[in-house]
Design a protein around this ligand. Structure first.
Ligand code: FAD
Length: 396
């Protein structure tokens, strides 16, 4: 019987991991299946561009995995039973169940509404393809001078507000920030950010926590009413509650608690990667939800799975966060390096060079997804016998 590896989610973490595992493990004794709700790969890093009407292409997952040996199952995951080692799914062909020997959980994240009244009913977001398309449709109907309020001064909020203002100068774009805009950036990068906001005409409401969203306005904590024909909620990401509900040990955030090799602390046959893993970086702090972290964690998880199955030593992949790369429309960006304590270094890269760099990063990630086995060693490794694996476990 083949060893069944099931990967939940074909996003940045899951798609790479699936290609890597299928490329490096012998199909004679391994079966790699990836389960994804949607039929295409969603480049989440471009969803604010999609929302404002730009042409963003989505690769078909069937094409991405063609010829790789990865089996694609299009279905929504509804539950995991780590005791029985099964995954419950629902799809076009109804409800079903998949059995696994090794599970890699990589279901990503979606919008965090923080329980703020009106967000679920009236606000839009750019965290998923369908929500970005809903926003795109709404924005297309807005006439000159219509007010768009982006809530949240994190990376996604800044990228969204600047992208919208650059692409649609006819709109009146504002951003609500709980604190000061770009407070975490170095002083020079912060000045760069403010200049970009001024140039693009994005107004900023600082020290403004939004406590309610209504159809045509948002209400701040101090009672102020901010006009908003459209409110875009960008106040953070939240993970799917499936992991917590399944009995896997999770952090307060709902992310799966993992060891240094991305293996679940509670269930050794389960690994997690990407936004849904509570992975601790080299600096002793949790890695931020980001594409870069999805890269490190999926590489570490796949390296550990392959090593344990083939009876070799588990290699260590660096888990280091180098900095934030924030686009400010298509022609400007900020690349801010951070130190080991995640504090901004004084040096930053800004302007067109940073924008080109960011475009290169996006293209690189897109290429990687389109060719999920590119650059991986071709050698297919056979699985070790159980006594050999037990030896590796004992040595670890
Ligand atoms: C607008 C925007 C801009 C961003 N910009 C940057 C940036 O510049 N740099 C950066 O590092 N990060 C950025 N991010 C964050 C980055 O996109 C995420 O951290 C990254 O996508 C996480 O990868 P992942 O594989 O964990 O999850 P995802 O890429 O979200 O993949 C999860 C996959 O699981 C599937 N899925 C989810 N639930 C189910 C289910 N129940 N059943 C079946 N399938 C399911 C989804 O369809 C998806 O394919 C941005 C995010 C957004 C929204």
């Amino acid at each position: 019987m083949k060893h069944r590896i099931v990967i939940l989610g074909a996003g940045y973490a899951g798609a790479f991991a699936a290609g890597n595992l299928a490329r490096r493990l012998a199909p004679a004794d391994t079966e790699v299946t990836v389960v994804n709700a949607a039929p295409h790969f969603v480049e989440r890093m471009r969803l604010h561009q999609l929302a404002i009407g730009q042409d963003v292409k989505f690769r078909n997952l069937a094409d991405v995995f063609a010829g790789t040996g990865v089996r694609l199952r299009l279905a929504r995951v509804t539950g995991v039973d780590p005791e029985r080692k099964t995954v419950a799914v629902t799809g076009e062909d109804g409800d079903g169940e998949l059995a696994y020997d090794t599970l890699l959980y990589a279901l990503g994240s979606s919008v965090a509404d923080h329980g703020v009244p009106g967000v679920a009913e009236y606000a839009f977001d750019v965290t998923g393809r369908s929500s970005a398309l809903r926003l795109r449709e709404r924005l297309a109907y807005l006439g000159e001078g219509a007010a768009v309020l982006v809530v949240g001064e994190g990376l996604t909020g800044i990228e969204t507000a600047t992208e919208f203002a650059e692409s649609r100068p006819d709109l009146s774009v504002a951003l609500a920030a709980r604190g000061e805009l770009g407070a975490w950036l170095s002083p020079k990068a912060r000045r760069h950010l403010r200049r970009a906001f001024d140039r693009l005409g994005v107004s900023v409401h600082e020290h403004t926590g939004i406590e309610a969203v209504e159809p045509t306005r948002a209400i701040a904590a101090d009672g102020r009413s901010i006009p908003a024909d459209v409110t875009v909620w960008s106040a953070g990401f939240a993970v799917h509650p499936i992991a917590a509900a399944s009995g896997l040990e999770v952090a307060e955030t709902g992310q799966i608690l993992v060891d240094r090799t991305m293996r679940s602390l509670s269930h050794p046959d389960v690994y997690a990667a990407g936004d849904c893993a509570y992975a601790i970086g080299e600096n002793g702090r949790p890695l931020p939800m980001s594409c870069a972290s999805a890269g490190f964690t999926n590489m570490q998880a796949t390296a550990a799975i392959i090593a344990r199955l083939t009876g070799s030593e588990v290699p260590t992949v660096g888990l280091k966060y180098y900095g934030n790369h924030i686009s400010l429309g298509r022609r400007d960006a900020i690349f801010q390096m951070v130190d080991g304590d995640v504090l901004s270094k004084s040096w930053y890269l800004g302007g067109r060079p940073a924008a080109w760099f960011k475009t290169g990063v996006l293209k690189g990630a897109g290429f990687g997804i389109a060719h999920p086995t590119f650059g991986m060693p071709k050698r297919k490794r056979r699985l070790a016998t159980e006594p050999d694996r037990a030896g590796v476990r004992a040595a670890a």
